[in-house]
Design a protein around this ligand. Structure first.
Ligand SMILES: [Zn+2]
Length: 86
């Protein structure tokens, strides 16, 4: 979760001031942050998937729209929730 907090804060630096949006942007980039910090790509992806999968639906930044194909999906090519067929 420390990884997710770091990525979330980076989204604020990137001028996203909406907490729910910043949080979902972070879920879509946690694997990249981990890789930048030296985590091997497969482990970075696995961690990012778990962080998203086990997120707390009672958290104030939770949104059911933060899922593949829903409103907050940025359709990033390498998002961890993107399967092999995109
Ligand atoms: Zn925030």
């Amino acid at each position: 979760m420390a990884l997710h907090v770091l990525t979330h804060e980076a989204m604020h630096i990137n001028q996203e001031h909406d907490e729910v949006k910043a949080d979902c942007q972070a879920f879509q980039r946690n694997h990249k942050m981990a890789e930048y910090l030296g985590v091997a790509p497969p482990l970075a992806a696995q961690s990012a998937i778990l962080i998203h999968h086990f997120r707390n639906m009672h958290h104030p930044y939770y949104s059911a729209q933060c899922e593949p194909g829903r409103v907050l999906d940025e359709k990033l090519r390498d998002a961890i929730w993107r399967g092999p067929d995109g």
